[in-house]
Design a protein around this ligand. Structure first.
Ligand SMILES: Nc1ncnc2c1ncn2[C@@H]1O[C@H](COP(=O)(O)OP(=O)(O)OP(=O)(O)O)[C@@H](O)[C@H]1O
Ligand SMILES: [Mg+2]
Length: 449
């Protein structure tokens, strides 16, 4: 029995030892694992701490950089401010328009002290002439949170007028509400005065130019008047010859005592009709010299006919044939009738001069017109061989003439261009065709007076 117990005890001891050995082994494994985990942890920790150290370094250098940049930016902003203050009149106003800041330039130009300005409304410098509409529009723009730009007339404390080119910007809070307004202005007083002087000078020059053009027009009319006398002579030659031959017949009848009351009556009526014609010729010339102050409504056909009443006989006398093209349908026009007649006569007279110079036999002039809705086009073409290409660009220049001094002033076409383009608001041009020169006049159907 004792033996059994001892054996049992030994077996138990054996098992216990075995278990202890196993436990020790397990402990050893676990402690090894723990050691390994610890080592790994230490490694990661070291790594992380290095990372942190590096990040720290980076952060502090970037912080340094940002703060340097900030200092530099503030410096630059100060430079900007200095530059702006030196060149610009700056002020700030609260939401009601009362001044809360002014720079030195504002103080200087306004003549008020800074103390007088701060807290005052901006209207303190407003010129009484300023239009209230401008300020209405300015406020509407600013309250819509948009910048406003414009020129303003101001009055300084010592009553001096100055002009400023102004830009006002609303300053918004982070919630988008208007906090205040910043206004930047440039003094443009000198520019405005310069502009006024320039405008006056331009006005004077324009006046002088108009006077010169009026003078040239008169000169050219005077020259035409000389030609007119010879045209009247042409017009009158034939009727005067008729009167003279009638009166000679009547005288002869009286001399021969062959007085016949009816015959005499007839002849005297003829003389009356001829004198009537002569008198109407004079009217045509007189009307032609009346300068139109107002545009009148007529037709191109009537104008052409009016011209031919004046120059027709002269052309006829020189065997120059006038041919009308498309003149049947009357083309209505509102323009300066007599001035236009002057141009047409100038052109016809020029053609006549070339025909005479060349002693041309089959001399012909074609007059055409065309209705183009709001424009009428008048064409005058001759068969005198055309204008030499080298003088073509110069013929509308003042005093350009290829004629002897006594035959031409060189003002005819210059005045024609002035009349058509400046008075009648049309266009005049010339080109050579295969038979001669062709002048084209484009006129607005109605002249807005
Ligand atoms: N139909 C034409 N054919 C050829 N040359 C022409 C014609 N019309 C004008 N010219 C040329 O244009 C020039 C300028 O014409 P313009 O009518 O301006 O002056 P002008 O006839 O010489 O003098 P005036 O002032 O007495 O009219 C003329 O001298 C002539 O050489
Ligand atoms: Mg001429």
């Amino acid at each position: 029995m004792k033996m059994d117990n001892e054996l049992l005890l030994q077996k138990q001891l054996q098992r216990e030892r075995q278990r202890r050995e196993e436990a020790e082994k397990l402990l050893e494994i676990k402690s090894l694992e723990l050691y390994e985990t610890n080592r790994q942890l230490q490694l990661t920790l070291d790594e992380k701490s290095l990372d942190i150290q590096r990040m720290n370094k980076e952060l502090s250098s970037s912080l340094q950089y940002t703060s340097d940049e900030l200092v530099e930016n503030i410096g630059m902003l100060n430079e900007y401010k200095k530059a702006i203050d030196a060149s610009t009149i700056v002020s700030m106003a609260d939401i009601n328009g009362d001044i809360i800041y002014v720079n030195d330039a504002f103080v200087t130009i306004s003549g008020y002290s800074r103390e007088e300005l701060i807290g005052s409304p901006h209207s303190i410098i407003r010129h009484p002439d300023s239009s209230p509409e401008v300020f209405k529009e300015m406020w509407a723009t600013l309250l819509a949170k948009k910048p406003w730009h414009g020129s303003l007339k101001n009055l300084s404390k010592n009553k001096e007028v100055y002009y400023v080119d102004t830009t006002i910007n609303p300053v918004l809070s982070s919630k988008g509400k208007i906090k205040k307004f910043i206004a930047m202005r440039q003094d443009i007083t000198e520019l405005i005065h310069l502009n006024e002087t320039l405008e006056n000078r331009i006005f004077d020059e324009l006046k002088k130019n108009a006077e010169k053009s009026e003078y040239l027009l008169r000169q050219s009319r005077l020259a035409q008047m000389g030609e007119m006398i010879s045209m009247i002579a042409h017009q009158w030659r034939q009727p005067l010859t008729s009167i003279s031959s009638i009166s000679a017949t009547l005288s002869l009848d009286i001399l021969l005592d062959a007085y016949n009351k009816e015959f005499f009556q007839e002849r005297i009526e003829s003389i009356a009709a001829i004198t009537q014609h002569l008198s109407s010729t004079i009217d045509d010339f007189r009307n032609f010299y009346k300068s139109n102050k107002k545009a009148t409504t007529t037709t191109i056909q009537d104008i052409v006919e009016g011209c031919l009443k004046i120059i027709g006989k002269t052309l006829e006398g020189k065997s120059i044939c006038i041919e009308h093209l498309n003149l049947e349908t009357p083309i209505k026009i509102t323009t300066y009738e007599n001035e236009l007649k002057q141009v047409i006569i100038n052109i016809l007279k020029n053609a006549e001069d070339v025909f005479s110079e060349k002693n041309q036999q089959d001399a012909k002039i074609w007059i055409s017109c065309e209705n183009r809705g709001d424009h009428a086009v008048l064409g005058i073409e001759d068969n005198a061989g055309g204008i030499p290409e080298d003088i073509l660009p110069k013929i509308f220049d003042p005093y350009f003439s290829t004629k002897h001094e006594k035959d031409g002033t060189g003002l005819g076409l210059y005045m024609s261009k002035t009349i058509i383009e400046e008075h009648c608001k049309g266009k005049i041009s010339v080109h050579n065709t295969d038979r001669g020169a062709k002048f084209i006049i484009i006129l607005p159907s109605s002249l807005e007076v």
